[in-house]
Every structure is written in C-alpha cells, then in structure tokens.
Design a protein around this ligand. Structure first.
Ligand code: GLU
Length: 294
C-alpha cells in the first residue's frame, strides 16, 4: 500500500493543504504503507523552488515524514513525452488551436471548475492555422465512468458532458497535470490517492487515462475543502490560514487538534500528537460543507 501527497509549489501551504497531507499520511501509515512526496512543479511560470523547500519544512514541523527522495515533476519531462506518445497510439490525441479567450467568449457550457466544456472545435480539423503552436487534447468517450470514492461513495462522471476533450500537452510544451499525475502515481506504485474534493472530476479524467495507458489505477479518497470565514474555499492568498501564520499561532499538536476535529476524528480541537492520532482508529467522517468554516 502506498499513499502520497503531491503539492504544487506555487505558494506557502495553507490549512486546506496540510489537512489533506495529514489525512493521506494517516491513512497510508495506519495501513502500514509507504507515503511519498511529489513536488508538482510542472508549471515553470508558477512554481518556485523556495516554496518546495518551505513545504518540506512545514511537513516536517507537523511530524509528517515521507519515504524516499521526493519526485519533482519538472525533472520528468522525457517520461511524460514517452507516455504522451503512447497515449497517441491508444486514443485520439489531436492538436487544438483554440485560444482560451475564444472558448470563454463562445459562451459554451461550463464545467464545475468554471472552465468551458470543450466543444470539440479542432477534433477533426482539415487544415491547421499557420503560425500558431497547438495544445494537444485527448478525445473523451461519451459514457459514464463510475468509481467508489473512499469518502464520497459512488461517483459517476461522463467526460463528454462534464469536461469535453481535455488538454494533455499545453501549447507551451508543458505536459498537463492530468497526464503527469497518472504517469507519476502509476510509476511510483501509488495505490491510494487522498486529496481535496476539487479534484473529483479530475479522478474520472485520470481513470480514463489509466485505462488508455494500461496503467494500474489507485483508489481515490476526496476530502472536503476547507473554507475561509466568508465561505470561499481557502487558497494560497489567504495569508491568515497559511503555514507561516499558523506556525506563529499554534504548536504542531494544537494545529493537529484543529485538523483532527475538522476531519471528525475527535469531538473538539484539543491538541493531539501525531503519534496519538496514528494510534486511534481512522474512522474518517469529514464534516462536509458549512461546518468547516472558520
Ligand atoms: N498538485 C495538486 C494540488 O496541489 C494536487 C494533485 C493531486 O493530489 O493529484 O492541488
């Protein structure tokens, strides 16, 4: 059994990120499994080395130790290129010249993440526009993909309706998260993915890629996103919830107490050590929705 945590080093981690880290660590360790750390620094414009360093420092501060050298996605481009090629042999992967702005302006229906559902404009393009570098999309099937999520139960998505053909390689040559995450989880032997609920639809996209690439698919567990006081989901701009601020206000045991309470692992937010959490049965009943606020 192998779990993992795969943060993007685009800012200091916030309470929501460490909440996912703790829950995935606990699940893996309680099953006697390995727990891996992967730095998802695919996007050279948004990723910074110093954020990766801070992440590791924040995880260690909480007592979350990982196994093996962390994998950095920025060093694995050749591998993604190889699997991109493989995917092109088992699925319809095609160049797409649409600009993001055109898609947004087209008023197409939007997926839950606010991105337009790709209408398939370039799917069977006879001639390519000159002077533009394409992104590459994979054609998705019009059928239900169903999986059993550890926390959400049965989840069904139809990629043709919910997402549309999605990008596997960006026009700037960067391989897309969806492809990289599948290649990395499969090749590092990850068997359980615990992460935030915002990636529920991504799980269906990833299951489709696992199938096409004949790679072993992990079990998924999506936990609720923590919200800021005004009900918005936390993001890296919420400075009062980032690790710099949290570390100045709380001890590790105090912060773990808060996380354990939000995850439904204890009645209140009494400080608790990782050791103690580890020894308690992991009967995760995350508090969904409004209870998580504040
Ligand atoms: N890198 C993604 C993030 O920080 C998480 C990806 C994943 O867990 O699959 O949101």
């Amino acid at each position: 059994m192998t779990g993992r945590f795969a943060p993007s080093p685009t800012g200091r981690m916030h309470l929501g990120n460490v909440y996912c880290a703790v829950l995935s660590w606990l699940s893996a360790r309680q099953q006697g499994g390995r727990w891996l750390l992967r730095i998802e620094d695919l996007d050279p414009q948004r990723s910074r080395r110093e954020y990766a360093g801070q992440m590791m420092d924040d995880l260690r501060w909480l007592g979350l130790e990982w196994d093996e050298e962390p994998v950095c996605q920025s060093e694995r481009t050749d591998l993604y290129a190889e699997y991109f090629k493989r995917l092109s042999e088992t699925a319809h992967v095609y160049p797409c010249y649409c600009r993001r702005a055109d898609l947004l302006a087209a008023g197409a229906p939007h997926a839950s993440d606010g991105m337009p559902i790709y209408p398939g404009t370039c799917r069977h393009l006879a001639t390519a526009p000159t002077g533009r570098t394409p992104a590459w999309r994979v054609e998705v099937p019009d059928r239900s993909i169903t999986f059993t999520d550890l926390y959400k139960g049965e989840v069904t998505r139809n990629l043709a309706h919910d997402v549309g053909d999605f990008i596997v390689r960006r026009s700037d040559g960067v391989y897309a998260y969806q492809l990289a995450v599948v290649v990395d989880d499969a090749l590092t032997g990850v068997t359980e993915v615990v992460r935030g609920e915002d990636l529920l639809t991504s799980a269906a996209q990833q299951i489709f890629l696992y199938e096409r690439l004949s790679l072993p698919c992990p079990t998924f567990g999506h936990v609720p996103l923590l919200c800021a006081a005004d009900g918005r989901r936390l993001c890296k701009r919420d400075k009062d919830m980032d690790m710099e601020c949290l570390r100045s206000r709380y001890t590790p045991a105090e912060l773990l107490g808060i996380i354990a309470h939000k995850a439904g692992l204890q009645e209140d937010d009494t400080p608790i050590t990782l050791e103690k959490l580890f020894r308690a049965p992991l009967q995760l009943t995350p508090k969904w929705g409004e209870d998580l606020n504040g």
